[in-house]
Design a protein around this ligand. Structure first.
Ligand code: PHE
Length: 491
């Protein structure tokens, strides 16, 4: 008889049944019984109600005791009639430490010191291994063990309590002891003969779990990136084109009012290109204005007063921040006849010649937001950051004055992380300097506020990774990539 029919017959007789009882009764795997119940339920032949119960189960060590005897019995049995030196007992008998102390307190063995070195000897003729007997009973589903003894086994890690989910069954509206085969497909023949009018069709099971689709999986960084992108788009930002890893020093540094002697422009901090090593194509009038503001000043600034060299600006490099892209976009914006307020964002790769460690790689991703409008200031920056980070699930922010060559004022952003229960630095921000914006040709009353953060940091926090090598590189666990859920930063 099929399992499904066995269940129906059982219900016919007893009216109600528990899937666990059925599994023991039919000597079947519980999961299989549940499967059969589900298909009967789909036919409305039975109704089920989920319940939970707890049960005692042997641990791995408990299993060992059930097979071989308790540690104390094994020890007792390995003592020969004339006894055995204690040192040897401790060395040769498995789990001797526990076995010895339990056998001593049970009064099964004693120590004989009369001959000098302590000898372990049997104290009783024979023993009964109650522990093993108890565990064997539990294995069979019988549990007459007194509570304190059971607790002792639990403390000895021989037993553990497990929760089992099962189902209480009763007869459904379509109950019968035989299963009528229901149609699963509507065929052209049924339509032609009109048989469809009388045939019974199997109802759809909308609760069935689908087959997991065979498909690619997004890397955690990409999952978090799509979440960031979503947030920016919802806030009305436009994505900047970041598909150019190689930049000239001009756009990466000079346009951002970063002096040519600045330490970040050193080969220790930046990867310079050897081939092609220079860019020659710049908007020359703008370049002249940048040169002037660096070397002589202007727009109310006294500049850095040094000998600005075009050769330095021409050097190609792997961009060290996406702010290079923001500079290009703001320059482009400044070339339009009429200024129109803009909100830009980007999320892409940047490169720094860093020493590798648990949280730093030579390349990482930057998330950047830029807002250009008339009359913006620090208060706008703070309120925008507040709104932005709130969307990420950080509702407490703190700001610390900082320095960037291209922003004034500048602020480091700290957020309180509820999971980690501490303040973490998550970004950098500021109001772009007039020395950067005015040479581009933006109107004087236009201000630009901007902020940047790494994509790796929130990703590592979100997915609980402590080492950057678990996120990028040859050691990445593909299972982790596959099974991590999609990212909801506010959850
Ligand atoms: N470019 C900065 C960095 O690399 C981030 C930043 C962007 C700061 C915009 C201020 C304004 O850390």
């Amino acid at each position: 008889m099929e399992l499904t029919e066995k269940i129906l017959h059982y219900l016919e007789k007893s009216g109600k049944a528990d899937t666990l009882t059925l599994a023991t009764e039919f000597n079947e795997d519980h999961q299989k019984v549940v499967g059969a119940v589900k298909s009967l339920e789909a036919l409305e032949m039975v109704v089920s109600e989920a319940t939970k119960s707890t049960r005692w189960e042997l641990t791995g060590e408990g299993q060992l005791v059930s097979d071989k005897g308790s540690h104390e019995a094994v020890l007792y049995n390995s003592i020969p009639e004339n006894g055995m030196p204690q040192a040897e007992v401790m060395k040769t008998v498995p789990n001797a430490k526990v076995g010895f102390s339990k056998a001593m307190s049970a009064g099964w063995i004693f120590i004989d010191k009369s001959g000098g070195a302590p000898l372990v000897k049997r104290k009783v003729e024979s023993i009964t291994d109650t522990v093993q007997d108890h565990l064997n009973e539990i294995k069979k589903g019988i549990d007459n063990i007194p509570d304190n003894v059971r607790n002792d086994y639990k403390k000895r890690k021989l037993l553990q309590e497990v929760t089992v989910k099962s189902f209480l069954l009763s007869k459904g509206p379509q109950f019968a002891t035989t299963i009528k085969k229901l149609e699963t497909d509507l065929t052209s023949e049924m339509l032609l003969t009109g048989a469809w009018k009388t045939l019974q069709f199997k109802p759809y099971n909308f609760d069935a779990l689908g087959q997991p689709p065979e498909c690619g999986h997004l890397h955690p960084l990409l999952k978090v990136r799509s979440e960031f992108r979503e947030i920016f788009l919802e806030l009305g930002f436009t994505e900047m084109p970041t598909n150019q890893y190689i930049e000239s020093s001009f756009w990466n540094f000079d346009a951002l009012f970063q002096p040519q002697q600045h330490p970040a422009r050193d080969a220790h901090d930046t990867f310079f290109m050897s081939s092609p090593n220079a860019t020659k194509d710049f908007p020359m009038d703008y370049l002249e204005r940048v040169k002037k503001v660096h070397s002589k000043g202007g727009y109310g600034s006294q500049g850095y007063r040094y000998d600005w060299k075009i050769e330095e600006a021409q050097k190609n490099l792997l961009r060290t921040h996406t702010t290079a892209v923001s500079a290009r976009m703001l320059y482009k914006l400044a070339q339009q006849k009429e200024f129109v307020p803009q909100k830009y964002f980007s999320i892409d790769k940047v490169f720094r010649n860093e020493t590798l460690d648990a949280t730093h790689l030579a390349e990482f991703h930057q998330v950047e937001g830029v807002i250009a409008n008339r009359g913006l200031g620090l208060a706008d920056l703070i309120s925008v950051l507040d709104a932005f980070f709130k969307r990420l699930g950080f509702d407490k922010l703190q700001f610390k004055p900082a320095y960037n060559p291209y922003t004034e004022p500048s602020m480091e952003i700290f957020a309180f992380h509820n999971g980690l229960d501490k303040w973490i630095e998550i970004g950098n921000s500021g109001v772009f300097r007039p020395e950067m914006l005015l040479p581009m040709g933006l109107p004087e009353d236009v201000n630009v506020i901007a902020w940047g953060l790494s994509l790796e940091r929130p990703t590592m926090i979100k997915y609980g990774l402590n080492n950057i090598r678990d996120l990028v590189g040859p050691k990445v666990d593909l299972q982790m990539v596959q099974s991590n859920p999609i990212c909801r930063l506010d959850k």
